[in-house]
Design a protein around this ligand. Structure first.
Ligand SMILES: *Cc1c(COP(=O)(O)O)cnc(C)c1O
Length: 322
């Protein structure tokens, strides 16, 4: 059950360790015990890569987690029915399917790279010896490795089909281009009517924003009271909205998992308050909130300019915390 390793690749002129590694592979390939078993092909280019991705049985890729940018060559292989064996890093994290290739786990076991490399090498040898080679050499009476062929079919059907330019273009079209085209049609209609309205509204809100003031906030005193799931709690924010209209302002409650020691903020929910009262330029927004989840949360109230015609909140990202 012989196995042949074929290496190819170029090291960047400034990448001395990469050049040394290639030199070492060439030296090993010349040792009598490895002649014909380890090969190094020079001048890796598209022509050579094209032949390799079509001609080999397994594409072995051994990146250091999590440094693999993508691993495009592995994608080129699965397009050609070549089974990939790689660390779950880069595209293989999304691409790998059991029974249609092989993987090394995504998580590191050791912080020390030397130990990690040793463990990975052991796992690579074990996988080749115990899984890849037996499957490849397990031939039926017709001389065909049926299980291997099953894996190749699974690889093409379940992995390759999901990594085509077609799929990528469809994603762009559906998620971005179509929406953008519809938005453009909407915004230019009638001599840029909507664009002008939004621009005028933004000018008005920008000019007034410094004068918008929170006058009063009523909320549960979280420090003094226990909060119960299923009970109703009243929140109210009274704002001097300057010369804006009540509907120009959105007020919302932001609920985040408790923020520990300046750590990452993980917002779990935002809930809008409703406009309930107008008294000249003093406007009140209120919410009866019924907690649905037990746990420790941080809660805050904030105002932002509201306009249903904005494509996204971040298109006009003004905010005031109450
Ligand atoms: C596919 C290809 C690459 C990219 O290879 P990776 O393993 O994804 O880094 C580089 N050079 C050539 C000539 C290629 O055909």
């Amino acid at each position: 059950r012989p196995v042949q390793f074929i290496f190819a690749g170029k090291a960047h002129p400034n990448d001395k360790p990469g050049q040394d590694l290639i030199k070492r592979i060439v030296e090993v390939a010349a040792m009598p015990q490895f002649v014909g078993k380890i090969l190094f092909l020079q001048n890796y280019d598209m022509e050579l890569a094209r032949r390799m991705v079509q001609g080999v049985d397994v594409w072995l890729n051994t990146p250091t987690r999590p440094l693999e940018a993508s691993g495009t060559s592995g994608e080129k292989c699965v397009m050609n029915g070549v089974l990939q064996f790689s660390v779950l890093d880069g595209w293989w994290v999304e691409g790998y399917k059991e029974g249609a290739g092989w993987m090394l786990p995504m998580e590191r076991t050791f912080a020390d790279q030397g130990y990690q490399d040793e463990l990975d090498a052991e796992m690579i040898y074990n996988t080749i010896e115990e899984q890849i080679v037996p499957k490849y050499y397990d031939r039926g009476s017709d001389g065909i490795p049926h299980q291997w062929v099953d894996s190749v079919k699974k690889c093409v059907a379940d992995i390759a089909s999901n990594f085509t330019t077609n799929r990528m273009l469809r994603d762009y079209e559906e998620r971005f281009y179509n929406k953008l085209a519809a938005r453009k049609r909407e915004i230019v209609e009638g001599g840029y009517k909507l664009a002008r309205e939004i621009a005028a509204w933004k000018r008005k809100v920008s000019a007034a924003w410094d004068k918008v003031r929170v006058i009063d906030v009523q909320r549960v005193r979280i420090d003094d009271e226990a909060i119960f799931v299923g009970e109703k709690y009243h929140f109210e924010v009274t704002v001097d909205i300057a010369n804006l209209r009540p509907e120009d302002i959105g007020v919302e409650m932001v609920i985040a998992q408790q923020i520990v020691g300046g750590g990452k903020v993980n917002v779990t929910r935002t809930i809008g308050l409703k406009h309930t009262k107008t008294d000249g330029s003093r406007v009140t927004y209120a919410l009866d909130y019924v907690p649905g989840e037990a746990g420790t949360f941080d809660v805050a109230l904030r105002l932002y300019p509201y306009n249903p015609h904005l494509p996204h909140r971040m298109d006009f990202a003004l905010v005031k915390w109450a």
